[in-house]
Design a protein around this ligand. Structure first.
Ligand SMILES: Cc1cc2nc3c(=O)[nH]c(=O)nc-3n(C[C@H](O)[C@H](O)[C@H](O)COP(=O)(O)O)c2cc1C
Length: 235
């Protein structure tokens, strides 16, 4: 009997481990279920590229009308990486940050992104992944919260840069608030230039009702939305 238990223990343990891993990883979609929250591992970003920086600077223009075509998951991932991706073993990111305190949080609202259902996602730079925070079509309500700006409603993807000033003010006092806004500009410009490098277009939107956008995104009370950036292919 003891021999039988010994004999069966290894295959049982292996099967149990596989079952656990299956719940954790769903590799076909790059999805992981972690504590009931759906996490999506994003495609690795292109860290070399082929479009010169000067070309992106020359071509960037605010665009408010987008074609009704999907954004690829690779492009969405690349834009998130451009905004706040990690570029260094110490955890440093694409955009500079005062004291490397990183007050910014990036949200992606999808309207038409390949492989992502419509909803609101939160970007996690640490493992270049997204977490679905709200399922559903949110572009119309967000555009209404932004003076009904159509660019938001009709873009395939809308990036929201939010900031938690306490992360920076804890070290720099009141001046930390200014730093957070400056950082938001860095991240926004990264998104705009990356969009051009991908053959896409964008517009940076600052006119919106802060509280309404914060409510729609269900972001924490001490975090404020700073910038809304619709991205797509110009009409
Ligand atoms: C802080 C800031 C806020 C802005 N807010 C809006 C906005 O709410 N809606 C909009 O359509 N464009 C907005 N823009 C884009 C400007 O209108 C645009 O950058 C300007 O007209 C210059 O055009 P260009 O971006 O094509 O160079 C904003 C730009 C900045 C820098």
């Amino acid at each position: 009997m003891q021999l039988l238990i010994k004999f069966l223990a290894a295959p049982f343990a292996a099967a149990f481990l596989l079952l656990l891993m299956n719940g954790y990883f769903n590799t076909s979609m790059g999805e992981r279920i972690i504590g009931g929250i759906k996490g999506i591992k994003l495609p690795e970003p292109d860290r070399a590229g082929s479009v010169p920086l000067e070309t992106t600077l020359q071509k960037r223009r605010s665009v408010r009308y987008f074609q009704n075509i999907p954004l690829s998951l690779e492009s969405a991932a690349q834009l998130l990486w451009a905004a706040q991706g990690i570029t260094d073993r110490r955890g440093l990111r694409t955009a500079p940050s005062a004291g490397a305190l990183y007050p910014l949080e990036i949200y992606l609202i999808t309207g038409n992104v390949d492989g992502l259902e419509k909803g609101i996602y939160h970007y996690k730079p640490a493992d270049h992944s997204l977490t679905l925070t709200s399922e559903g079509d949110y572009l119309l309500v967000v555009s209404r919260a932004a003076l009904r700006q159509d660019a938001i409603q009709h873009a395939p993807a809308v990036f929201v840069i939010a900031g938690k000033q306490e992360r920076t003010t804890v070290k720099y006092g009141e001046r930390g608030v200014r730093y957070m806004y400056m950082e938001s500009g860095h991240a926004a410009q990264n998104i705009c230039l990356q969009a051009v490098a991908l053959g896409l277009d964008s517009v940076t939107i600052g006119a919106f009702a802060d509280r309404k956008v914060a409510e729609i995104l269900k972001i924490e009370k001490d975090t404020e939305p700073l910038y809304i950036i619709p991205v797509g292919k110009a009409k």
